[in-house]
Design a protein around this ligand. Structure first.
Ligand SMILES: C[S@@+](CC[C@H](N)C(=O)[O-])C[C@H]1O[C@@H](n2cnc3c(N)ncnc32)[C@H](O)[C@@H]1O
Length: 308
């Protein structure tokens, strides 16, 4: 099992990792970015909501144990995580959103439409909500909205209706059953597209099961309060919903003045808390994409805490 870290050098350079600085990696995964932070002399707090990831990273990064601490937790709880370890602020915060290759590759986790497994998709197996519950218990309208909003699925209505029809006969239990229902609900033209017809549906269900967007919002809301002056965040997103949340937070931090345009100067008292370092997102080059196709849609955005 392994996972090739995406935009590794760009993210570590962007964080400006310094010796003995404290870095919070909220998506430890297989520990690729964390290892780079440690190699550059940083101290690490690594969090992941998947206990398997914590175990794998602990083993892989064992030789840095003196400078690395690992926590099985959600990155949305970053302030509480720091506090529980006796810290209040970090010099850098990194997140590399989405699922890891080990999660996708282990069929029994139920993330992959390419392998038959029970519908699970929980990143944290202690959570109670599973993909099986989402698919079998949400109303047709809730499913339609979820597929449309979290999967940006044009055929959300047809797929939701097909799910509801099928589960009336018997519950939908496995990934391949779901993939099959989606494929049959799609019009022929969509079935012939390059990407798998169930890709967007699986993304939507996974986001719902793990409240992925809610977690990102909670983290971004906490960032200015837990970043030391001059500290940086590096956020790597893989689809437009994630990237939009990052962009919106950046705009709120830098551009929150609500004064009417005609006023010559700001009187609303807005003080920017962060400055944007990457006007445009950093994206992987052709070499990285050919070595690691998962990097294809990655976007890295960086911002810096301003003194104040
Ligand atoms: C793309 S992988 C990270 C890979 C890692 N950067 C590396 O180089 O090995 C994403 C990881 O984030 C974790 N994750 C996703 N959402 C999370 C959240 N809200 N809190 C904590 N971990 C989360 C997943 O369980 C997964 O292990």
């Amino acid at each position: 099992m392994s996972h090739a870290p995406v935009l590794l050098r760009e993210a570590a350079d962007g964080l400006r990792v310094k010796r003995d600085g404290l870095y919070f990696d909220g998506t430890l995964g297989f520990g690729g970015h964390a290892l780079e932070i440690l190699k550059r002399g940083g101290r690490l707090i690594g969090a992941d909501r998947d206990a398997d990831a914590i175990e794998a990273a602990r083993e892989r990064l064992g030789s840095y144990a003196g400078r690395a601490r690992f926590v099985h937790a959600n990155f949305g709880d970053a302030p509480e995580i720091l506090k529980s370890l006796g810290e209040d602020k970090a010099d850098g915060i990194l997140c590399d959103f989405g699922v890891s290759s080990p999660q996708l590759d282990r069929a029994e986790r139920g993330f992959s439409y390419a392998q038959s497994a029970p519908l699970d998709m929980r990143m944290n197996r202690e959570d109670t909500l599973t993909a099986r519950a989402v698919v079998n218990e949400r109303s047709e309208e809730e499913l339609r909205r979820m597929l449309y909003e979290y999967g940006e699925e044009r055929h959300a209505g047809r797929i939701a209706s097909a799910i509801v029809k099928r589960r009336a006969a018997k519950p939908i239990e496995t990934t391949d059953e779901l993939a099959d229902i989606v494929r049959s609900a799609m019009p022929g033209s969509a079935r012939r597209e390059k990407q798998h017809p169930a890709k967007r549906t699986f993304q939507a269900v996974r986001i719902a099961v793990n409240d992925e967007l809610g977690e990102i919002r909670r983290l971004l809301g906490a960032v200015p309060g837990i970043l030391r002056d001059g500290g940086r965040i590096a956020m790597i997103s893989f689809h437009s919903l994630e990237d939009r949340l990052v962009k919106t937070a950046f705009r709120g931090w830098t551009d929150g003045c609500v004064c009417p345009r005609e006023l010559p100067e700001c009187v609303c008292g807005f003080v920017p808390s962060m400055k944007i370092v990457t006007k445009k997102p950093i994206v992987p080059g052709g070499d990285e994409i050919s070595e690691n196709p998962r990097a294809r849609s990655a976007k890295l955005r960086i911002a810096e805490r301003m003194a104040g």
